[in-house]
Write a protein of this length. Structure first.
Length: 652
């Protein structure tokens, strides 16, 4: 894990190698999934679309051929503009042709190919690799190396300590901020180049970040706010809208929250005064396109080597040429004349669209987008006074670099004690050491930890606080005594249904983990049945199923639990990061004679799982296997002291 770099070239070479490794690993992930899963299973996961019709729609730059793929009931999917896809008739790995997504619509995808497709009635599209983000990462690394970074490159390399100073604030926009949040806001505003807000679970780091944004706007700054995921970006947008900030959200409308569509750049463009001109042009275009259908399109077979000018010339002279009749020549000439008018109108439309977008972006107080989309053409030559990156501890360094090079100052919020970004390639694990974590280690004076949490009962909070946050994470008065009886009438006959905040159910090594054929994951059917019984007991109390969450470290166990318990939210630890529920059940799965706990050894995973529950946390696992790790052993002893330890025999 590199903390310091010699120069910009050293920096680019180090990260470029890791990005390329991960890019290839993602490609291999899709290859393996295509081999193992049926087309229908892959479509369910949003990485394939089946039963598509195709229509040839033209060329771009004379090198690529465009085809539009469509069907009536177009499913939800993860395929985006710029992605590499495999298009096939029968099997993607046997007859698949690689293409790049050129356009994405509600019921279609337009894909660019380097050669014409063979004939076929039904097609399948498979996501092969989400390449656009990797390209933008690599592009930003190149820009950084060439000295095009607006942000101080010496700070990025670890060679210059950013300045630290103090600033007082006359008035806070959010009157409910606690003293730690206020302190973080003051420090973030006073810092000229870099500040890191360390926000443990439930401490309101996004709330704090929004206050810093509002204070920065008051100073007249131009602001860009990003995060790695669309959900995190939408959370920033929602926070800013409450204070009537003029926000523009850049991103594909299909990926935004429906409630936020009106502040998307697309919706703002439609509402712009100049948009009426676009409507007029569209009307003319449709008329010309409709008219053009009545004439012959000069395809290569019809042209027979004739240029546009030659077609016009012979059509005007009334002479047939190369076996083409005068009638056909005149029809093709008219098609070409209409095409020139269509081209002019499209260019005019593009100019007006650019003017509209420019006007919207200039007048926006805050532009919000994902890290990747900060590298889109919308923001190609846009620069900012301050950049805000939320969930920065879940973004790889090259991902953060995309927006970073566009701003003089950056304020990041995150928690490096929770899960890092997911990295597929074993040799690319350096990407898990994020820019947030690297900066917090080399520039500790430019960071501040929020210490008051508003989520958990104090008994649930105390262990992660001591183990991961030096005992500094304290519970707000209004949550520290939260209990189940505040929301339902409890049943005192069992610790599962009484007010005990934290319960460990020991499976005593009687339920062995299992592995499906050809799967890397594991599951534990008998342990899953215990979880089902726990859920039934909680529901019988009258707890709303929406208030219960089940967390497990393993994907196969998640799938198995979902088949048993249909009405409860069940996710892996990664899927629950950033979430909370009144009651959380953790099913730890591992139980084997070798007492191997696998990737449960990553204690950040444990931290995330333990800090999702508000009132009650129930853990199911084999204490013997788990206790091979000293932290899990400590945790079980903590529950014996502060909560309740029971065995599976006491669940029935």
């Amino acid at each position: 894990m590199r903390k310091f770099f010699e120069n910009e070239t050293d920096y680019r070479l180090y990260w470029e190698e890791l990005v390329e490794l991960e890019r290839n690993a993602e490609k291999n992930f899709h290859l393996e999934e295509i081999i193992k899963l049926t087309g229908k299973e892959r479509e369910k996961r949003g990485r394939a679309i089946l039963e598509l019709k195709a229509k040839y729609v033209g060329e771009i730059i004379g090198e690529f051929y465009l085809y539009r793929f469509f069907r009536e009931d177009f499913p939800e999917h993860q395929i985006n503009v710029g992605d590499i896809v495999l298009v096939s008739k029968k099997h993607p790995l046997k007859d698949g042709i690689e293409g790049t997504v050129f356009e994405k619509g509600k019921n279609f995808l337009t894909v660019a190919f380097s050669s014409l497709l063979p004939k076929g009635k039904k097609w399948r599209i498979d996501l092969f690799v989400n390449d656009i983000t990797f390209k933008r990462m690599l592009g930003s690394l190149e820009f950084f190396e060439k000295g095009y970074s607006f942000f101080n490159s010496e700070i990025v390399l670890g060679k210059k300590k950013p300045e630290v100073s103090e600033e007082d604030i006359e008035e806070f926009f959010n009157k409910n901020l606690n003293k730690y949040q206020r302190e973080a806001v003051k420090k973030a505003l006073a810092t000229k180049e870099l500040f890191l807000i360390h926000g443990p679970p439930g401490t309101g780091k996004t709330t704090t970040l929004i206050e810093v944004i509002l204070q920065s706007l008051k100073k007249g700054e131009k602001v860009l706010a990003t995060a790695d995921s669309n959900t995190a970006v939408d959370n920033i947008v929602e926070g800013l809208i409450r204070f009537n900030v003029n926000v523009v959200r850049i991103g594909h409308p299909a990926r935004l929250k429906k409630e936020l569509l009106d502040i998307s750049i697309d919706a703002k463009a439609i509402g712009h005064p100049k948009y009426s001109e676009i409507k007029k042009i569209d009307k003319k275009l449709n008329k010309l396109l409709s008219l053009q259908e009545h004439y012959l399109k000069p395809t290569p077979s019809r042209r027979r080597g004739l240029t546009d000018n030659q077609i016009f010339k012979y059509a005007k002279s009334g002479k047939s040429i190369r076996g083409q009749s005068v009638k056909n020549l005149k029809s093709m000439a008219e098609w070409l004349r209409l095409q020139r008018e269509i081209k002019k109108l499209r260019e005019q439309k593009r100019r007006i669209e650019e003017e509209i977008i420019e006007d919207i972006l200039i007048n926006a107080e805050v532009i919000c987008t994902t890290n990747s989309s900060a590298g889109s053409e919308f923001l190609m030559e846009k620069y900012f006074d301050t950049l805000f990156i939320d969930e920065a501890s879940q973004s790889t360094e090259p991902s953060c670099l995309i927006p970073l090079i566009k701003a003089k100052k950056v304020v990041m919020a995150g928690d490096h004690k929770q899960l890092p970004p997911t990295v597929l390639h074993p040799l690319a694990k350096g990407l898990m050491f994020t820019m947030f974590e690297r900066f917090i280690e080399i520039y500790p004076k430019n960071s501040y930890m929020l210490k008051l949490q508003y989520r958990m009962n104090e008994v649930i909070n105390r262990f992660p606080s001591d183990k991961f946050y030096n005992g500094e994470l304290i519970s707000a008065d209004e949550v520290k005594n939260r209990k189940l009886s505040d929301i339902v009438e409890i049943n005192q006959s069992s610790p599962i249904t009484d007010d005990t905040p934290i319960v460990f159910i020991d499976t005593l090594g009687e339920f062995k983990e299992e592995r499906k054929k050809a799967s890397q994951s594991i599951y534990n059917p008998k342990e899953a049945n215990v979880v089902k019984k726990i859920v039934e007991k909680l529901k019988n109390l009258g707890i709303n199923p929406d208030d219960i969450g089940i967390i497990t470290p393993y994907k196969d166990h998640e799938e198995y639990l979902k088949s048993l318990i249909p009405d409860i939210e069940i996710k892996t630890v990664d899927g629950f990061q950033g979430r909370e529920k009144e009651v959380i059940i953790i099913s730890l799965v591992r139980s084997n004679p070798a007492e191997n706990i696998g990737f449960l050894d990553d204690l950040r995973r444990l931290n995330v799982a333990l800090t999702r529950a508000k009132r009650k946390l129930i853990i199911v696992g084999d204490s013997k296997t788990l206790s091979t790790n000293s932290v899990y052993k400590e945790f079980i002893n903590y529950i014996k002291e502060k909560g309740r330890y029971i065995t599976i025999k006491e669940v029935n």
